[in-house]
Design a protein around this ligand. Sequence first.
Ligand SMILES: NC(=O)c1ccc[n+]([C@@H]2O[C@H](COP(=O)([O-])OP(=O)(O)OC[C@H]3O[C@@H](n4cnc5c(N)ncnc54)[C@H](O)[C@@H]3O)[C@@H](O)[C@H]2O)c1
Length: 449
Amino acid sequence: MTDQLNRRSFLKKSVSAGAITAIAGVPALLRGKNLNSKLQFAGIGASGKGWSDIKEISTHSAVVPVAFTDIDLSRMDKVKRLAPDAALFQDYRKMLADMGDKIDGVSVSTPDHMHAYITLDAMRQGKHVYCQKPLTRTVWEARQVRKQFAKSKVITRLGNQIHSHSAYRTGVELIQSGAIGKIKEVHSWVTSTGHGYAGVIERPENPPTLPTTIDWDLWIGVAPMRPYGGDRVYHPFAWRDWQDFGSGAIGDFGCHILDPVFTSLKITGGPNSIKAVHTGLNDEVWPAQETLYYNFPGTEYTVGDNFNITWYDGGRKPKSSLARMPKGQSLPRSGSIYVGEKGSMVLPHVGAPTLYPVESYADFKIETKESLNHYHGWVDGCLSGKQPSDGFEYGGNLTETVQLGNVAVFFPGEELKWDAENFKITNKPEANPRLTRKYRKGWEIKEVV
Ligand SMILES: NC(=O)c1ccc[n+]([C@@H]2O[C@H](COP(=O)([O-])OP(=O)(O)OC[C@H]3O[C@@H](n4cnc5c(N)ncnc54)[C@H](O)[C@@H]3O)[C@@H](O)[C@H]2O)c1
């Protein structure tokens, strides 16, 4: 009861002040920018995946959680319990301005449309950044984050925790060891659909009253203004469906499921081309079902000069015959088939890899790689100065590929040729504006030069 009362008066006070301020004194152990022993950590986006990021990062013994930001003050109970002395904010810009050198690194776990704005801002201010996948909402934003990362001497990591999971690490090792020979093609899929999160495909006609705990202007951020839609129409979680905020099923799962593909095949650049085929699109949400055909330049782990990666979502799947599984076995709900010269590997999301055909691999012993702590890997990098391999150069390239899918859907059935170096679609000039977005006044992202 006391807690509730305290919380209510806290919310009232903070909302009337327009922006929340610190509710407690800053702990005495705050130091200047000295990363020899401790990482002063702040979480941006305190609930949903943000809570799990904050909780996991804070289990590292060198982490001192010093501040948290969430635009929805009703979603901060857990972080308050985790670190009662940490400062709380509703606007991350105020947090960075007020705390200055008392923050060394941040996690960014907001909806996709705000990743680039916040991440760029934090990197410009010299903060280490752990940012959720996809790294950005647009292809252009991913390129800007890559460029800023190259300029800023900070440690970054994409919030793709399964990158460090035993299943994916083992799959990567198998491909690179040549267990199925060089790779001819890859097929990746997820059952999620691009309009299954909010469950509606048009904006609500009668938007409800905005709860006093939410700063809607901050939630909208870079996107065009629209009224609050009610619980789980946009906020929380359901923003994934909406083109203005989320990135559909490919945005939600592409960076996860394509991560072992990119890592194992050492894909360091963009595709040669992409084509989308789907069930239809309106101006608001992503397609219900889509297939994306990517063609990539070959690498040391693939056959020939180029190879195909095909993405399926919304219930579409590749032909199971590609996996060469025994009769009666079926493909997992989501994952990838790697089709090699000697056999196929099925790598479920998230599950142990299996090699086919069974008779060829009956005596093959798979050496399982151990899981690593992804969150601690970022913290260790911040402390040691050693950049993890999946920082914002890798994550930016992966995200560019994923978000190119969300460009191609506007030109269904057309093969778009991609010149990654010159950042343009060469055979369809009218597709190039789709690489970026229009920014709301006051929330523009400037090109990084
Ligand atoms: N790595 C994974 O396994 C995984 C799993 C789920 C989500 N995610 C990613 O995490 C991110 C968040 O997803 P979610 O499902 O938790 O969304 P969510 O909407 O449930 O939660 C987002 C949280 O951030 C807050 N927020 C929104 N805008 C903010 C802003 N500008 N500043 C500060 N706080 C803000 C919200 O109030 C909410 O508490 C997304 O990018 C998503 O793709 C990753």
